[in-house]
Ligand binder design. Structure first.
Ligand code: G
Ligand code: G
Ligand code: MN
Ligand code: NA
Length: 255
């Protein structure tokens, strides 16, 4: 397929960029930080290619490791810049593919990247999905424990979809849980969705986890997640993912 062929050249041709979607505390409205989202602009494929169209291809070809390294490095560089210019206390959150997490040299790689920038590991968060544990639970778990020891935060992404198992919540070294946007978007559509949302939040809090609601698009949805004591929220209600070139403007006007 063409996608794979072009993907292999994308880093050298400077076709990748990162977008940044802010997350906010539901009550104080204080910014928690940004989720980093990969963007790919390729002329031959007609411009912007969605991550859903190429992440899987990159995973199957193993090329995700190289792309992922580029993402982490770029995110750390931006983290250094933001820490120097805007914030004392915030988090940059990076999506990590299961394939990346199972690399033998993953920990060395992360330590090496972090040492090259003036940043603290505590400011970095890795978003993982439950699919990690279907493939190779042990290897992923070993790496996660090491990442956690380094001080990097770990969050479980898309919670509530796929092969969710509640036992993961107790067995893995995670700090926070991101509630999938389907629970948030349907919250006004009946008591079942409300009960699901509320129960997930109560469970997470009992396990000492922070909770982030994804896909908050309206004020009503924000009020709903706040009513159930959800700690943080992210979504179009606050902001779309912001391109690198717009980020300074956004932060200056935010004050
Ligand atoms: O907003 P967006 O279309 O970018 O995100 C779609 C999906 O792609 C999300 O599930 C997100 O987790 C994934 N994704 C975005 N950026 C990255 C990345 O840098 N690495 C990995 N592995 N997945 C990403
Ligand atoms: O799976 P993950 O949570 O990493 O996916 C992030 C994806 O969600 C990105 O594609 C991003 O653009 C998208 N996204 C972010 N905020 C919203 C929102 O409020 N509504 C919808 N529908 N998608 C959103
Ligand atoms: Mn994510
Ligand atoms: Na998600």
């Amino acid at each position: 397929l063409n996608v794979e062929r072009y993907l292999r050249k994308a880093i050298d041709r400077n076709e990748f960029s990162l977008s940044y979607q802010p997350q906010f505390h539901t009550i104080t409205n204080k910014m928690r930080g940004f989720e980093v989202l990969l963007r790919w602009d390729n002329d031959e494929l007609g411009g912007n290619v969605e991550p859903v169209e190429f992440i899987r291809v990159a995973e199957n070809s193993g090329f995700i490791n190289e792309i992922g390294e580029w993402v982490i490095r770029s995110a750390c560089k931006k983290l250094e810049y933001l820490w120097n210019n805007y914030f004392d206390d915030f988090i940059i959150s990076v999506n990590i593919s299961p394939i990346q997490l199972m690399q033998h040299n993953f920990i060395d790689l992360i330590e090496s990247i972090i040492s090259q920038y003036s940043i603290l590991p505590e400011m970095l968060e890795f978003e993982i999905t439950e699919s990690v544990f279907i493939e190779s639970y042990d290897q992923a778990r070993i790496n996660l424990e090491k990442i956690k020891k380094m001080g990097i935060k770990i969050s479980l992404d898309d919670f509530g979809t796929g092969y969710s198992s509640l036992s993961y919540l107790n067995n893995l070294p995670i700090d926070s849980l991101k509630i999938d946007r389907t629970f948030v978007s349907d919250v006004s559509k009946g008591i079942f969705k409300e009960t699901m949302l509320e129960s997930i939040i109560i469970l997470a809090h009992k396990l000492g986890l922070d909770v982030i609601a994804e896909g908050v698009e309206t004020r009503d949805q924000l009020f709903s997640v706040r009513k159930f004591n959800c700690d943080f929220a992210q979504g179009f209600h606050f902001s779309e993912p912001i391109s690198e070139s717009d980020l300074d403007d956004y932060l200056k006007h935010k004050g």
